[in-house]
Design a protein. Structure first.
Length: 253
């Protein structure tokens, strides 16, 4: 198994230009909408909400909104009317025009008390160091709210090979990212700053992604009576890598 490397991602840097961060998260949201890797998250998330009775969802580190436009419809099709609030440390104004975004910066490490409800993360948990992942999971457990994290990256040879196609997909996908920003579109091609940035962050994401047994070890460290954790890999039809899920919920007596 490849070792987990603590490398930086460009969009995580405080000095990352807003136009570049929005271009990268917009690209990711568009790819997720087209490829739908998180369609497999709908059923386990619906099960988590049904078992807890919770209908409010606070999505952490939302970026450009990830799978939520389609995923919300999937949950409604399963009879679940949800109340969604997306949050991010760097709120995305473009995404806020499409999804209900909390207007103020929110760290996944310090969720405000007024943001109650199930906590979700998509393509986000790998951004955090092990001690931070432990804190994020422990905070959900302490608040006695459901928690669900889903990652469509994978720390494996398959994952690294998959990342090699990212620059090419940027060239094809960026014209479809909305809203269309002239600067981001220009610097996708002349010079190709956006594809190179996406390639770096995609490669690093693969190398930072936690494997199942690592996440199980973190969950075991914080587990307490009255709350249960499950970690699993969910196969994605037609995709070379699975989605890694971390699911937590209060145990109903």
């Amino acid at each position: 198994m490849l070792p987990r490397l603590r490398l930086f991602e460009i969009e995580d840097l405080p000095g990352c230009p807003v136009w570049l961060r929005n271009a990268m998260t917009g690209y990711l949201q568009t790819v997720i909408a087209l490829a739908r890797p998180y369609a497999v998250a709908a059923e386990p998330l619906a099960e988590l909400l049904r078992s807890s009775g919770e209908r409010r969802i606070v999505d952490l580190a939302s970026g450009g909104g990830g799978p939520w436009p389609g995923l919300a419809d999937e949950l409604r099709a399963r009879g679940l009317e949800i109340e969604l609030t997306c949050t991010d440390l760097y709120p995305n104004a473009d995404a806020a025009s499409r999804l209900p975004f909390h207007p103020q910066p929110v760290s996944a490490l310090a969720v405000p008390a007024e943001l109650g409800g199930a906590r979700t993360m998509f393509s986000a948990l790998h951004h955090f160091a092990p001690e931070e992942v432990r804190a994020i999971l422990a905070a959900a457990q302490e608040a006695e709210v459901p928690f669900a994290s889903f990652e469509a990256t994978h720390r494996s040879l398959r994952g690294l090979l998959a990342s090699l196609v990212f620059p090419l997909t940027v060239l094809f996908v960026m014209p479809f990212v909305r809203p269309r920003r002239p600067l981001a579109l220009l610097l996708t091609y002349l010079p190709p700053i956006v594809p190179l940035a996406v390639f770096w962050d995609g490669l690093v994401s693969m190398l930072r992604t936690y494997r199942v047994r690592e996440l199980e070890a973190i969950a075991a460290e914080i587990r307490r009576p009255g709350y249960e954790w499950r970690v699993e890999e969910i196969p994605v039809q037609g995709a070379p890598i699975p989605v890694t899920a971390v699911l937590g919920r209060p145990v109903v007596p």
